[in-house]
Design a protein around this ligand. Structure first.
Ligand SMILES: C[S@@+](CC[C@H](N)C(=O)[O-])C[C@H]1O[C@@H](n2cnc3c(N)ncnc32)[C@H](O)[C@@H]1O
Length: 333
């Protein structure tokens, strides 16, 4: 009898866990659809869904060591540890442990992810960029991080002190950092976890990718974070746009809470203005087939062709706006 009730409880527990997991997969799938994620994101998301447990087993010793080290750190909010198993797998798969790695982190807070990078990659030099003033979500009065805000930079300095010789600290916005440093093909590993507003995320993603070496790995945090009321203000809007802009130059290696890419090609050199006679291949590539069809339709419209020149679509449209163009462009956006 006791055995029977224990079995029922176990079954109930297993079923409730499956139900939670299933609900998460369904709501995330819907989120991908709603935010217009490129097809490759869906594949990578489903392909990596079941890895977590096996990776936690595979890297048990490293994870236990990290947990032990964490006890001596000043940590008010642990937003990082759940990602550690996948990071360890990525570091191994991309040979980051073997080489002198140049790493960049946009958004360090108290330095938990920075600590992990420097402990796991003993030959790495890490540049940390942060305002240490928090993002919108840390100041809105609801997060547990509000209380910690006045102390985060002190905590960062204390937590990272054992690694002083392998650390460069830049205090300021990521925008200021990229403005002050002309970095092309410089870093092997980049973690983007600064401001989560899409306006900032798109700049961080594009500038970080430019600063990433071919063969390097870039991870962007909080892909599924649905914080701002307007969907287009959340990270996914910017990350999807980034993926379309840079299509052909990366391979997606992970999509769970974070999206990670492996850079496979550099920039093709200085960009050339369109002459208007060869169509718009650069603009079209990376746009979904349905949208491409509309773009072709727009290009064939006489009002669109009238003002052709080197100024791109916006310039041409100024020559004669047409209802067909407006409709098609609204579908593209
Ligand atoms: C989620 S926290 C980073 C957490 C850290 N990576 C970890 O895993 O422990 C985001 C950080 O980004 C910083 N931040 C927000 N806006 C920024 C900006 N525009 N430029 C640089 N850092 C920014 C905040 O001060 C905050 O410390």
């Amino acid at each position: 009898m006791l055995h029977g009730s224990r079995l029922v409880n176990r079954l109930r527990y297993a079923l409730s866990r499956y139900a939670v997991a299933l609900r998460s997969v369904v709501s995330r799938s819907l989120y991908l659809v709603r935010t217009g994620a490129p097809r490759g994101v869906f594949f990578a998301y489903y392909a990596g869904m079941l890895d977590g447990g096996a990776l936690r087993k595979e890297y048990r010793t490293q994870l236990e060591n990290f947990d032990a080290a964490k006890r001596d750190l000043q940590v008010s909010n642990d937003w990082f540890s759940a990602h550690a198993p996948r990071w360890l797998a990525m570091m191994d798969a991309h040979g980051l442990r073997r080489t002198d790695v140049k790493a960049l982190e946009i958004g360090s807070w108290e330095g938990l992810s920075s600590f992990f990078i420097l402990s796991e990659l003993p030959r790495a030099h890490l540049t940390c960029v942060d305002t240490w003033e928090g993002g919108d979500e840390h100041k809105d009065g609801t997060a547990s991080s509000v209380a910690a805000l006045s102390q985060v930079e002190f905590a960062f300095d204390a937590n990272l002190s054992p690694f002083a010789s392998r650390l460069t600290k830049f205090k300021g916005t990521s925008y200021a950092f990229f403005n002050d440093h002309d970095l092309h093909d410089h870093f092997d590993f980049i973690y983007v976890d600064g401001s989560h507003r899409s306006d900032d995320v798109i700049i961080d993603a594009v500038k970080s990718f430019e600063a990433l070496k071919v063969g390097g790995v870039m991870i962007v945090d909080d892909y599924f974070w649905d914080y701002y009321p307007r969907a287009t203000d959340n990270p996914a809007a910017a990350i999807n746009l980034f993926l379309r802009l840079k299509k052909g130059a990366y391979e997606i290696i992970q999509v769970q809470d974070q999206l990670a890419v492996h850079k496979t090609a550099g920039s093709a050199g200085p960009l050339r203005a369109s002459t208007g006679t060869e169509g718009t291949p650069g603009f079209e590539s990376g746009i979904q087939p349905f949208h491409r069809l509309f773009l072709r339709w727009v290009s064939s419209c006489p009002a669109f062709r009238r003002g052709t020149g080197a100024g791109g679509a916006g310039h041409r449209l100024a020559g004669g706006m047409h209802r067909q163009n407006i409709f098609a462009l609204s579908l593209l956006c």
